[in-house]
Design a protein. Structure first.
Length: 380
């Protein structure tokens, strides 16, 4: 960039091109236009608006480098606060750092770094023995974690509450989480039933309400939080999902045969005239009524309003009632209509139709909708 001192601006005003914000002079117009696009010119414009003196190009470069150094130092300080020294990674928040510390890769690198430190201090034989010890410790830790996260019948299925016995645990889940076992009177062994629910949550990592249809979970806490947040502290309402727990139920006591002997002989004459429809979804009773299948209950639940259609007698009665009311008010309905009134009525009606047609024409002109049906406009 070719620039002259500001003192020569007045002498060569007709030949040179100046920038009053930066106080420089250019010999060509292209250099001046390129200068207007630089950050140095923008910076001096802002200083000029604030009534501050202009800055030279060298001072501007020094200030830019200093600002970059300050920004890098701030970023480095922030990263150092949330840094993992073993993995040599930086994080933007405490939560991401905690998640990284719980990850499998971090644990592997941590064990590798510990083994490297041990290799520096001891011989290869000691290292081999230590590796076996560490493997045993890891296996024992894994077993302890599995035992720790395995729910028992005294634990709550939805929170971390621990009860003394099964009865207090069920009472806690009923009061705190509104958890109810359907048809509890027909359960054969409630301990095995609750144990199955514990295994489904802790080992299978499944929600009681979603089963396999929901999303996959990786920890027991995630399953519990999902059931609490979504309100899934209950069993599904459909019968197909409840078939999973059919081994724990015995409904034989609810059958009528157990209460009063065999009633097949009494029911036979009643079922003689019952017929099945062609589609197999409806039973036709002897009195002509039809009993539909339970899969069609959504259609049978529909209720339509009972419209009462008027007969000619009801219409005639309404007219008589209205005329009697009008006579009571004082309006005489028996007076004949004059011919002048009829002419005036048809005249007003004709004027109204003309006004409507004029408005429709005006609207069609405005919207350009004179052609209501499709018609080819080009004939070859």
């Amino acid at each position: 960039m070719e620039s002259l001192s500001i003192s020569s601006v007045n002498q060569n005003a007709g030949q040179n091109f100046t920038c009053l914000a930066c106080r420089v002079v250019f010999r060509q117009a292209e250099l001046q236009r390129a200068h207007y696009k630089t950050d140095w010119h923008r910076y001096n414009l802002k200083r000029k608006v604030a009534n501050m003196p202009a800055v030279t190009a060298e001072e501007f470069q020094v200030r830019v480098l200093a600002a970059r150094d300050r920004a890098q130092n701030e970023i480095q300080e922030q990263n150092n606060n949330y840094a993992c020294n073993t993995c040599r990674k930086y994080f933007s928040s405490q939560l991401t750092l905690e998640n990284h510390l719980k990850s499998k890769k971090h644990r592997e690198l941590l064990t590798k770094s510990k083994l490297k430190k041990a290799n520096k201090t001891k011989t290869q034989d000691d290292n081999s023995t230590k590796e076996t010890v560490i493997d045993r410790e890891e296996k024992s830790d894994d077993e302890e974690e599995v035992e720790e996260f395995h729910l028992t019948i005294n634990d709550c299925l939805f929170c971390r509450h621990e009860s003394v016995d099964l009865q207090s645990s069920l009472r806690h889940m009923t009061k705190s989480h509104s958890f109810f076992i359907p048809n509890v009177q027909y359960i054969t062994n409630i301990e095995d039933f609750v144990e199955y629910l514990c295994q489904k949550i802790s080992i299978g990592l499944e929600c009681l309400y979603c089963n396999d249809n929901g999303k996959a979970f990786h920890t027991i806490e995630a399953v519990k939080n999902h059931m609490l947040d979504k309100g899934h502290c209950k069993f599904p309402e459909d019968e197909e999902s409840m078939l999973e727990y059919s081994d724990f139920y015995d409904f034989s006591s609810s059958y009528p045969d157990d209460l009063q002997g065999d009633k097949d002989e009494e029911l036979d004459p009643l079922t003689k005239d019952i017929r099945l429809s062609d589609d197999g979804m409806t039973l036709i009773l002897p009195n002509g009524n039809r009993a539909g299948h339970r899969s069609l209950r959504i259609y049978y639940k529909q209720q339509y309003p009972n419209y009462q259609y008027m007969t000619p007698d009801t219409r005639r009665a309404i007219k008589v009632d209205l005329t009697s009311q009008y006579k009571g008010i004082g309006w005489n309905t028996s007076t004949p209509v004059s011919k002048s009134f009829i002419k005036r009525y048809y005249k007003v009606r004709e004027i109204g139709q003309k006004v409507k047609s004029k408005k429709a024409t005006k609207l069609g002109v405005k919207a350009n909708k004179f052609q209501p049906h499709f018609r080819c406009q080009i004939d070859f």
